[in-house]
Design a protein around this ligand. Structure first.
Ligand code: ASP
Ligand code: MG
Length: 412
């Protein structure tokens, strides 16, 4: 017997029929002798609808009241899921976040979980009940309703799994796992059987949005076995997100290729090459709360240098305004902004022990005639900034070069 936390996203509980399917799946696990805690999101589209309602009445609605409204979406689906389970003859009991209780801080609309009291849930499980918990919500020290930020049900599920010491946390969604890259760009992309937490974080932050990043961080920290699966398939192992030791020894060097279209490049030309310049440039950018991603500074030869970095496309206008001011203070020559760039990244823990990955990446891009504008690396990731129009070509070529394409044998 195992204790399993299963989380179902908005599309999986999007209609009474789909909720019935959820109940049937839970019933199947229970028949196999497992204890099940179910976490649900609001019906798909519902949280957006609720956000819009709060905005229809005020430009800046009180965050405490916004959370009171947003938390209702999940209250509907926990009740419906419990009813669906009971209709199948399975004893079930629903819990809102404050009924569990799931204690959070008071950062309304983006609260963090502080502690979960598992006793009530454990008592219900011991009585043979299925426990159904609302995702995305909790209660602060003053008894206020809080929500955890969009996509927060994933984090609820992982936190519950940690608090209950569950054997596995299964996240059911509309894809059947984590892929080597986006199958819409590379039809040969494969589902990964396993991926490490670290790799998943790199893949997620780079645009492969399957799970809320925070939930992966949480799972890594508390060593919760996390599995992503499709709620629309009967069978299927999905993708297991786990610690490195448990992944296959013979796993390929590269696990996946992530990409990010939302990048813009800013270059400051003719900056004096002296101490403090990087701070003078990036300080005001940070003060404006703008995230900087890649940074490159060239070596100066005539006492000046060029300084480039990337930001989200939406932030480009603001950054250009800031840098025009900085340019005058620094006596730099010119500021150039470029929105037609994107970032492509190879991700894999295997590159730690395999030199030559970067060289192979650069050769592959060169053979396709793709110019690299910036490079950044970490222990398990190599990223390049390239012209946006080559995104798909680059991802396809790299996917093939690193042996990630599904082989004919796999397909057959
Ligand atoms: N219902 C919330 C949202 O749409 C939380 C979640 O689905 O994870 O963001
Ligand atoms: Mg989600």
């Amino acid at each position: 017997m195992a204790l399993i936390v299963q989380k179902y996203g908005g599309t999986s509980v999007g209609s009474p029929e789909r909720i019935q399917n959820v109940a049937r799946r839970v019933a199947k696990y229970r028949q196999q002798g497992h204890q099940v805690v179910v976490v649900v999101s609001a019906m798909s589209g519902e949280t957006n609808r609720l956000v819009a309602l709060t905005q229809a009445l005020s430009e800046s609605p009180d965050p405490r009241e916004v959370d009171v409204v947003l938390a209702t979406g999940e209250q509907v689906t926990i009740g419906l899921t419990a009813i669906a389970l009971q209709s199948l003859g399975i004893p079930a009991k629903s819990y809102t976040g404050w009924q569990v209780p799931i204690h959070t801080d008071s950062a309304f609309t983006k609260a963090r979980i502080l502690e979960i009291e598992p006793e009530r849930m454990l008592a219900d499980l011991a009585e043979g009940k299925v426990v159904v918990v609302a995702g995305f919500q909790g209660v602060d020290g003053e008894g206020n309703v809080t929500t955890l930020g969009r996509g927060g049900s994933d984090t609820t599920a992982v936190a519950l799994a940690a608090a209950l010491k569950a054997d596995e946390c299964q996240i059911y969604t509309d894809v059947d796992g984590v892929y080597t890259t986006d199958p819409r760009i590379v039809p040969e992309a494969r589902r990964l059987e396993r991926i490490t937490f670290e790799e998943m974080l790199e893949m997620a932050s780079l645009g492969s949005k399957v799970l809320q990043i925070r939930s992966v961080e949480f799972a890594g920290k508390y060593k919760v076995k996390l599995r992503v699966l499709s709620s629309f398939e009967e069978e299927g192992e999905g993708t297991l997100i786990t610690v490195e030791e448990e992944t296959n020894m013979e796993q390929p060097i590269i696990s996946g290729i992530a990409f990010q279209r939302d990048e813009a490049k800013v270059t400051l030309l003719g900056v004096p090459d002296k101490p403090g310049v990087a701070y003078q440039i990036l300080g005001p950018v940070a003060d404006a709360n703008i995230d900087v991603d890649m940074i490159v500074q060239n070596v100066g030869y005539d006492g000046t240098t060029d300084f480039s970095f990337t930001v989200a496309k939406n932030d480009l206008k603001k950054v250009m305004e800031i840098l025009e001011r900085v340019k005058n203070d620094l006596g730099a020559r010119q500021v150039i902004g470029d929105k037609s760039v994107c970032k492509v990244s190879l991700v894999g823990v295997g590159m730690r022990s395999h030199p030559g990955v970067a060289a192979k990446m650069f050769r592959t891009l060169a053979e396709e005639g793709i110019n690299i504008q910036m490079i950044s690396t970490s222990e398990i990731k190599i990223s390049v900034l390239i012209d946006e129009k080559y995104l798909e070509l680059a991802v396809r070529a790299l996917h093939k070069a690193f042996g990630l394409d599904q082989s004919e044998a796999d397909i057959a």
